[in-house]
Design a binder for this molecule. Structure first.
Ligand SMILES: Nc1ncnc2c1ncn2[C@@H]1O[C@H](COP(=O)(O)OP(=O)(O)OP(=O)(O)O)[C@@H](O)[C@H]1O
Ligand SMILES: [Mg+2]
Length: 316
């Protein structure tokens, strides 16, 4: 039996005013990319803080790289890298100084630090900027530097709290590439938190949906989508849309109907999309709707999220 990279059992974190985590369990296999996906205040940062030994749990236990995060915090710290949700770079330093000081903090020798810095700077493509002050960096460059800093100590397991928060799509895709490379070529286990649906879908081997301090669903992205037992017919049409939606909602095989605010497409969630396509077209015809376009579409992780949490994920 191989040791799990990360395992948490019934973690709780209670404050006087609030419960941040109520009963959270999770398991991450070595060399997996695991995404904790959840809305603001779900308990993602709290979970990460406990797993990285920065915060003691009120209840439950967790092991990282086989070591207990409370009893053997030192052993855990030697094997992990962390980047935080808030950027915490000293603006008066150059990028190189940030990395070097971090290496010194972890007692890496001079030669080792130099070797690590040149390798990591190449990985995150900061060669041109590494000797400039961090205050001249863009948001994307700061995130890349933070990623490099988290990697200075050659961790086995990397914890990333919202690694692309606030980045534009291009910078976000860049960070995703580095994370994939680290996972594939350096066998790194990655636990990241995100409230971006696309991030979990693009990166993660497994996803845990977390809400109100507990895990509400868990699996591969495709598995989570399949587990909701829903297929999707997407229709573009004109006519009395409201009446059509009301009518079709009453059919037993229709699980939910909603309308895309921007494009006006009607999304009809059904038990079996190929079998129900003709019924939907006929219903439209007999309810005065003109069908301009109709297609079978696949539900997304966003649909699974809505199913399990009962609400959409604010993209803020
Ligand atoms: N030190 C604290 N004292 C009191 N309540 C706290 C404390 N830290 C966190 N909480 C509460 O616990 C809950 C979970 O917080 P947490 O930061 O883990 O959420 P999150 O999922 O990381 O959210 P976000 O997406 O906004 O980063 C929130 O309701 C938060 O207000
Ligand atoms: Mg957070």
């Amino acid at each position: 039996m191989t040791t799990l990279a990360i395992e948490a059992h019934s973690l709780g974190k209670h404050y006087k005013e609030a419960t941040a985590l109520s009963d959270l369990s999770l398991q991450v296999e070595p060399q997996q990319i695991y995404a904790l996906l959840g809305p603001n205040g779900a308990g993602k940062t709290t979970t990460l803080s406990i797993l990285t030994t920065l915060l003691p749990p009120s209840s439950g236990t967790a092991r990282v790289a086989g070591f207990d995060v409370v009893q053997q915090a030192h052993e855990v710290r030697r094997r992990i890298g962390v980047t935080f949700q808030e950027i915490v770079l000293d603006r008066d330093l150059t990028g190189r100084q940030v990395l070097d000081i971090h290496g010194q903090l972890y007692r890496l020798g001079k030669a080792e630090r130099t070797r690590q810095i040149s390798e990591l700077v190449a990985l995150v493509q900061l060669e041109d900027a590494i000797d400039r002050g961090v205050k001249t960096y863009s948001g994307g460059m700061k995130r890349r530097l933070e990623l490099a800093r988290g990697l200075m100590t050659k961790p086995e397991i990397l914890f990333l709290d919202e690694p692309t928060q606030g980045l534009d799509p291009q910078n976000r895709a860049g960070i995703w590439d580095y994370i994939r490379t680290l996972n594939r070529e350096h066998n790194l286990t990655v636990l990241l938190t995100t409230h971006y649906m696309e991030e979990a879908e693009a990166l993660a081997h497994r996803v845990g949906i977390i809400d109100h301090g507990t895990m509400v669903a868990e699996g591969t992205p495709a598995g989570l989508v399949a587990s909701i037992g829903t297929e999707l017919i997407r229709m573009q049409g004109s006519g009395d849309t409201a009446h059509f939606i009301n009518t079709i909602t009453t059919l037993p095989f229709v699980l939910r109907v909603d309308q895309d605010q921007q494009q006006g497409a009607i999304q009809i969630y059904v038990d079996n999309s190929t079998r129900r396509l003709l019924d939907v077209v006929q219903m439209a015809g007999s309810n005065g709707m003109r069908v301009d376009d109709i297609s079978i579409a696949r539900p997304t992780l966003g649909d699974a999220f809505l199913h399990y949490t009962g609400r959409g994920l604010r993209d803020s």
